[in-house]
Design a protein around this ligand. Structure first.
Ligand code: LLP
Length: 414
């Protein structure tokens, strides 16, 4: 069951009317469901049964401290890509020993901080990074546990901007170089080889590309074992898709059982880094209709949310459902839902059948992942409030910015 359902012709999040939240905090605002977040994380975690595993939520998908805290309380691990994300995990009560540190360009000071707090491992993305990490760990008198992120060269069949496992992408180490790089890693005094990982792309809607990638990783693992280099874990990355419109991605349980089957009787711990699959359908963006505008060829619904608040439609031509918070009776007409930002690309949806009047509220669905985190202050718009519903209560988990917040970091020249 979705956490967002209509009750008496009014949209609810859990047991809270979305209108009640909008009246209290204003619009636009992001609204998340604690229950939906928890259920999705648990769906992954429980699918493994007693097989050793660690589900590391990809912080980049939605990094609000309250979101991280809710997951940390369930015992979640975290996939981070910056010190900023690490500091968020720590602030939210996450366990650093369950953190994997990904990213193609980690800074020395970021490595140092991660060593200091004791992350589970670094997902190393290049030979150069391996050498730097060895040096930094040596200077700090530590040994860094690492996994090598290999690029398995499989086609994730997703949008080119979010496809990462092809030879031409910047991510990971060429799979054909992997064994040589592991050999090098095994010789470095301040490095401990722990795993192998990949991340082939995002919003994947079948298990096939994951299985292809897993085959390639397992081949390398077997080859390494024959050379006496033993790996404890395999990390398949994130990327499981969600339903935005009519996609039918596999359920976490189906995906995980396919992975376990592939593993056979190898005694490897499995890690994964789902972001979108945990957060996307746990959130909506609530916006208010400012006015209606029609030209000879188009009907526009101008709303108070814009591309700076939710950039996915503009950036990836992503389709996210847009539904009325309180539906009106009557025939809808095709319209574009656009924001106040001065860009033609500023739209949340195109050609949607909607029956709305100024003052009505709309919900942009599936906005819990890559929504607020990708927002900006473009056009000097304050970033919006975030709210988490929990049963029949709701909590403001990030207040709306003020202009003073925005200006506080700037100064005039004398
Ligand atoms: N692990 C690594 C190393 C990643 O690069 C990513 C996402 C994930 C895990 C989580 O992937 P997920 O399970 O969320 O698919 N802004 C884009 C998505 C970019 C994903 C980048 N990497 C969007 O809005 O569609």
């Amino acid at each position: 069951m979705s956490a967002f359902e209509y009750q008496n012709n009014e949209l609810f999040v859990e047991q809270v009317a979305v209108n009640r939240i909008a009246e209290a905090v204003g619009t636009p605002c992001y609204v998340y469901s604690r229950t939906a977040l928890e259920q999705q994380w648990q769906a992954f975690d429980q699918a493994f049964g007693d097989h050793p595993h660690l589900v590391c939520y990809a912080v980049k998908a939605n990094s609000n401290l309250a979101v991280l805290n809710v997951l940390a309380k369930l015992g979640a691990g975290f996939d981070i890509v910056s010190q900023g994300e690490l500091e968020r995990v720590l602030r939210a009560g996450g366990d650093p020993a369950k953190v994997v540190f990904s990213g193609v360009g980690k800074l020395r000071e970021e490595m140092l901080r991660a060593l200091e707090v004791g992350v589970y491992c670094f997902n190393v993305e290049s030979e150069a990074e391996l050498e730097i990490l060895n040096e930094v760990a040596g200077q700090a008198g530590k040994v860094a546990a690492i996994s090598l992120r290999v690029n398995p060269d499989v086609d994730a069949q997703t949008h080119p901007y979010i496809s990462t496992g092809l030879k031409e992408n910047k991510f990971g180490i060429d799979i054909d170089r992997a064994v040589a790089v592991f050999e090098r890693a095994a010789q470095l005094p301040n490095i401990k080889v722990s795993g192998i990982d990949c991340h082939i792309g995002s919003q994947l809607t079948t298990v096939t590309p994951f299985m292809d990638a897993m085959d390639r990783l397992l081949e390398r693992i077997d080859q390494l074992a024959a050379q006496g280099i033993h790996i404890d874990h395999v990390d398949i990355g994130g990327g499981l898709g969600v339903r935005y419109r009519d996609e039918q991605p596999p359920a976490p349980s189906e995906y995980v059982s396919a992975l376990l089957k592939k593993l056979g009787d190898r005694k490897l711990k499995i890690l994964m880094e789902p972001g979108r699959a945990i957060a996307a359908n746990a959130g909506i963006l609530v916006t208010e209709v400012l006015l209606l505008k029609s030209t000879e060829v188009k009907n526009f619904v101008v709303v108070d949310a814009a591309m700076n608040d939710l950039i996915r439609p503009s950036l990836y031509s992503a389709w996210q459902d847009i539904i009325p918070v309180t539906p009106r009776a009557g025939q809808g007409s095709a319209c574009d839902i656009v924001g106040p930002v001065c860009e033609t690309g500023d739209f949340l949806g195109k050609d949607r059948e909607l029956c709305v009047e100024p003052g009505d509220r709309l919900a942009v669905c599936s906005a819990g992942a890559y929504g607020f985190v990708m927002s900006s202050n473009y056009n000097t718009r304050n970033r919006v409030a975030e709210v988490m519903a929990d049963g029949n209560q709701f909590h403001i988990i990030r207040r709306r910015e003020t202009y003073d917040d925005q200006f506080a970091l700037e100064s005039l020249v004398p």
